[in-house]
Design a protein around this ligand. Structure first.
Ligand SMILES: Cc1cc2nc3c(=O)[nH]c(=O)nc-3n(C[C@H](O)[C@H](O)[C@H](O)COP(=O)(O)O)c2cc1C
Length: 206
């Protein structure tokens, strides 16, 4: 076996100061998920095990590692909104991951403004330039290769409404670089952002 390669089988441990898994599968978009409990309490939390999974209908999903408030709220109401995290919102996003009791609204904690959605009953983050209103489609409890269930739930939802700040539409094209998306790297604290310097174009073979 080559000494140039660090090899490990995750079930036996990675033998590194930090698990490299989420640094390698990264940087990842952040699903900043707002929900409401059946009793009416607002909730907002970041989920970087988050991505898009389908075009038509558009479907997004995030993984709740543990049975967290966001998951419970989606189970109760069937709705969530996801809000884009941009560089000016990074600190506020970070504050919303605080482990607070369900009755405490992370909107208030982070000084953010809940604003009404148009199709679902869960509010969006007014300060975020892009948000999507989503209806739950599936909640899948994950299992390992041996078929043993793990305490992680993949929450999938159809995007039923989208809000985009007009300033981010250049000739009708969404300008990802201008929006300064915040992306999660690995380790305890790594984040990335993207700008025009990271943009290159490559068309598919025809
Ligand atoms: C950038 C970032 C990404 C996170 N991604 C996840 C994730 O994908 N899954 C998860 O379960 N927790 C994730 N967390 C931790 C949750 O945000 C945290 O546990 C939060 O308190 C959950 O809130 P809730 O109980 O109100 O849903 C992340 C935290 C941060 C700061």
């Amino acid at each position: 076996m080559s000494d140039d390669i660090h090899f490990y089988e995750p079930r036996d441990g990675h033998r590194l100061p930090h698990d490299p898994f989420n640094a390698i599968v990264g940087p990842r978009p952040i699903g900043w998920i707002s929900t409401r409990s059946a009793a009416g309490a607002l909730n907002l939390a970041p989920y970087s095990f988050f991505n898009a999974f389908n075009y038509t209908p558009p479907i997004v999903g995030f993984a709740s590692i543990g049975h967290k408030d966001t998951l419970r709220n989606v189970e109760e109401t069937g709705e969530f909104a996801w809000n884009l995290v941009t560089t000016p919102l990074a600190q506020a996003m970070n504050q919303t991951c605080a482990p607070v009791p369900p009755e405490v609204s992370e909107f208030a904690l982070a000084g953010l403004t809940p604003t009404a959605s148009r199709v679902i009953s869960v509010p969006r983050v007014a300060e975020s330039p892009v948000s999507s209103e989503c209806r739950r489609t599936q909640i899948v409890q994950l299992e390992g290769a041996g078929g043993v269930k793990v305490p992680t739930w993949l929450v999938l939802g159809e995007v039923v409404a989208v809000h985009i700040d007009q300033a981010l539409l250049r000739d009708g094209i969404y300008d990802t670089a201008a929006a300064e998306h915040v992306l999660r790297g690995g380790g305890p604290a790594d984040y990335f952002t993207v700008g025009p310097a990271q943009l290159f174009r490559m068309f598919r073979p025809t």
